[in-house]
Write a protein that binds this ligand. Structure first.
Ligand code: PEP
Ligand code: MG
Length: 756
């Protein structure tokens, strides 16, 4: 068969569908007529409409071209075949040879084996997949963008019919889509903890019911007016003092301002209106196209930007429909925020005390919003596919950050089990709070010090709440990671000043930029892709390679620390010459500032992070060179044991308490003592009570850990007779065998009923 060229645009098809909607027809008749109309107008041999049922199957509801007896008989599960794949991914599939697609499933009753080309689009409403619309041709051809657009536009109309209940007479009893049944969505836990509460849809999609426009010019005017007030409202937000104050939030808003002026976006919106849609329907349409194009992109930066765009589109929609952000309704006191993806700054918009958890369809352990949620101490489950379309605002939900699951509308027994778990945790929290001001002394009178790790403004309140003795690791790169462009020198200085203000005299150790490796800055130019970025041009290596970065940062730090002590440490030091080079750059900055009569820090302490095993064999020189050493156990363990710290397959295999690693740490502590150089540790190892106990047993007296871990670690240390534990652990390490230190310590704790 010769290749057909097709010229029907969405406008003609939409006009015909609109006429059909006005005719007096039964539900099946109308759906059949729509399928016929699509097939005719798009010059396709087949058009089929599948509708989602309560049992998760997609049932063939109407077809033009396939065997009629297959209607209401053929079905596919979500994820099965091409149709199921479209429903699962909520993305269109445009294939010139459908049968060679790995997901193709053959349904003999339909007679579709003779059709090669295939275009299917999801039938979506307010983010929920309600079905799939498909067209097929015998000839191998690829459908044009116009045709994809036409089918997607009609799919919006079908979604309205389903949502309005006009097809309910066609559903077999018992198979109506029940949106209220209990369901567990499994994903990945990105932050521990259990959250019990009610669903707050972060992005309560404004449902567009008015699709067809009477007058394209008028719709374009409406769009322009809405865009103008959207831009103004963003400018307003940027001008507000509290935003001005809040660095992370500001960076995101600046990105929004850029998008709101994006010509390509505006052009696509206008085009959709010219094709016959209302301005609001055009916004919805362009947004789902954008999503389809962008969600499968591997680049995490672009995916982050997609959520920014989503937020912007929603704001524009509200301008058009006239409902304010209060459309979300009053925020419950136990809000579990459910979102497909969201920007970091948006999470900061919610009052922290009302947020009990966060569930994302997307997200990764390192996405900005997850970093912020962790800083807020909110449990997070990510990769929870389908959660947005399955939940309704106000639904009860339980989020389990340990297991990585969200239980929507849970059964009473599930709820009771979790309520018990939450009560237990709350009691623990009460105990930790009561210890906040208790002396940091072990049961045998040994003093210890617990500092906290941080890196964002949202971390700062926890300094007070956790009772931390200061900030032992301030990860300055986080400010860079949540921004869309390099933070300016003033923004850096401002953040550091805020950190000092919040610390109120407690010591703070700033780490210079630790970027590169897995902490990529999307806006930073990289000339060559690295095969092993964890061992690549990262951390201090990178900032010495691009000294402008280090100079700017050091100047900001020196200025912010005027009149106070400045403690700075360098990440991933491998050779002492790196410390010397950094010191020279810092000295120049000090000179520069004093020439300009800036107040300087009262003292400067320069430290190195011990993360590369080579330094273990140069400890004496290291201790003589620096003012302090902080062991980065996350990286040191990764490099000593040759285990990628981000590789989940290895996570359970190797133990931080392995004797070889503990012996290495002990040698660092001993060298520090011999030279009078303070040694601390700031990796995750210190955030778990038993490994933390091992660290104190081998001689450390100060560690820096997650703020939420300070309570549990302090509770344990206060109950421990440290001399006893040190004796047990050191003797075991000295025996030269492979002692099971974890076992020794858990037995010790169990025998004395200690709080672990
Ligand atoms: C570490 O490696 O232990 C550390 C504290 O640094 P980061 O986790 O930021 O790499
Ligand atoms: Mg590190």
């Amino acid at each position: 068969m010769p290749e057909r060229t097709n010229t029907v645009g969405p406008r003609v098809l939409l006009k015909r569908i609109r006429d059909l909607m006005a005719e007096q027809l039964g539900a099946q008749e109308r759906l059949d007529a729509i399928a016929r109309e699509i097939a005719v107008r798009m010059v396709c041999e087949v058009c089929s409409i599948y509708v989602l049922r309560a049992d998760g199957n997609l049932e063939l509801y109407a077809t033009e071209g396939l065997k009629k007896e297959a209607v209401h008989r053929s079905q596919l599960r979500i994820g099965e075949g091409l149709v199921g794949t479209i429903a699962a991914s909520a993305r269109a599939l445009n294939l010139s040879d459908a049968q060679s697609h790995p997901a193709f499933a053959y349904l003999p009753e339909t007679g579709e084996e003779i059709y090669h080309s295939f275009l299917g689009v999801p039938i979506l409403r307010a983010g929920r997949t309600l079905g799939v619309a498909v067209v097929q041709n015998q000839a191998k051809r690829s459908y044009s963008d116009d045709e994809v657009e036409a089918l997607e536009t009609v799919a919006m109309v079908i979604a309205e019919m389903i949502a309005a209940g006009s097809l309910s007479g066609l559903v077999r009893p018992g198979l109506e889509l029940d949106l209220k049944k209990p369901i567990t969505v499994r994903g990945t836990g990105y932050n521990e903890g259990v959250g019990l509460g009610h669903v707050v849809l972060h992005d309560p999609r404004v449902v567009v019911t008015n699709l067809f426009s009477e007058d394209a010019n008028r719709e374009i005017e409406r769009l322009e007016a809405a865009l103008a007030s959207l831009r103004l409202s963003i400018d307003d937000m940027l001008a507000r003092r509290d935003v001005d104050f809040d660095g992370e939030h500001r960076a995101v808003l600046e990105a929004y301002r850029m998008f709101a002026h994006d010509r390509g976006w505006v052009r696509r919106l206008e085009e959709a209106i010219r094709n016959g849609l209302t301005a609001e329907a055009a916004v919805e349409k362009v947004q789902s196209d954008m999503r389809a194009r962008m969600t499968h992109m591997a680049d995490p930066y672009l995916r982050e930007r997609l959520s920014d765009f989503d937020d912007l589109a929603n704001r524009l929609m509200r301008q058009l429909i006239g409902s304010g952000p209060e459309g979300r309704g009053a925020l419950p006191r136990d809000a579990i925020i459910v979102a497909r993806a969201m920007g970091a700054a948006e999470l900061l918009d919610y009052p922290r005390e009302q947020v009990r958890g966060l569930v994302l369809e997307e997200g990764s352990a390192t996405s900005h919003v997850v970093i912020v949620a962790r800083a807020m101490g909110v449990p997070v489950v990510g990769q929870a596919r389908g959660i947005v379309s399955m939940s309704e605002a106000g639904d009860p939900v339980i989020l389990d950050g340990e297991e990585g699951a969200a239980h929507l509308r849970p059964q009473p027994d599930v709820e009771a089990a979790y309520a018990e778990k939450v009560r237990f945790r709350a009691n623990r929290q009460k105990l930790y709070r009561s210890l906040r001001n208790a002396p940091n002394l072990t049961a045998d009178g040994e003093p210890f010090s617990l500092l906290m790790n941080g890196g964002l403004l949202v971390d700062l309140p926890q300094l007070e709440e956790s009772g931390a003795g200061g900030i032992g690791l301030f990860r300055t790169e986080l400010q860079f990671m949540v921004a869309s462009a390099f933070p300016r020198a003033e923004a850096q200085e401002q953040l550091y000043r805020q950190v000092y203000a919040a610390a109120a005299g407690k010591p703070v150790t700033f780490r210079t930029l630790d970027i590169g490796g897995d902490k990529a800055l999307p806006y930073m130019r990289v000339d060559t892709a690295e095969e092993n970025p964890a061992m690549g041009l990262r951390a201090v290596r990178l900032t010495l390679e691009r000294p402008g970065l280090l100079r700017t940062q050091m100047r900001a730090l020196l200025k912010a620390a005027g009149g106070r002590e400045l403690r700075v440490m360098l990440p991933m030091v491998t050779e002492l010459s790196e410390v010397a080079e950094a010191r020279a750059i810092i000295a120049k900055e000090i000179q520069h500032l004093s020439r300009h009569a800036h107040p300087l820090p009262t003292s400067l302490k320069l430290g190195a992070m011990l993360e590369v095993p080579a330094l273990l064999h140069n400890l004496d020189a290291l201790m003589r060179t620096v003012d302090f050493v902080s062991i980065g156990s996350n990286d040191l363990f990764q490099f000593m044991m040759a285990v990628d710290r981000g590789n989940a397959m290895l996570a359970k295999r190797y133990d931080m308490l392995t004797p070889a690693f503990l012996r290495a740490l002990r040698s660092v502590v001993r060298a520090g003592k011999a030279h009078g150089t303070p040694v601390t540790l700031c990796g995750e190892m210190a955030s778990r009570p038993i490994p933390a106990l091992a660290l104190f047993a081998i001689g450390l007296r100060t560690v820096s850990l997650a703020a939420s871990a300070i309570g549990p670690v302090k509770a344990l240390l206060r109950e421990v007779r440290l001399a006893e534990v040190s004796e047990i652990v050191n003797a075991a390490l000295d025996r030269g065998e492979q002692p099971d230190i974890r076992r020794l310590l858990t037995d010790y704790a169990a025998a004395r009923a200690l709080t672990v």
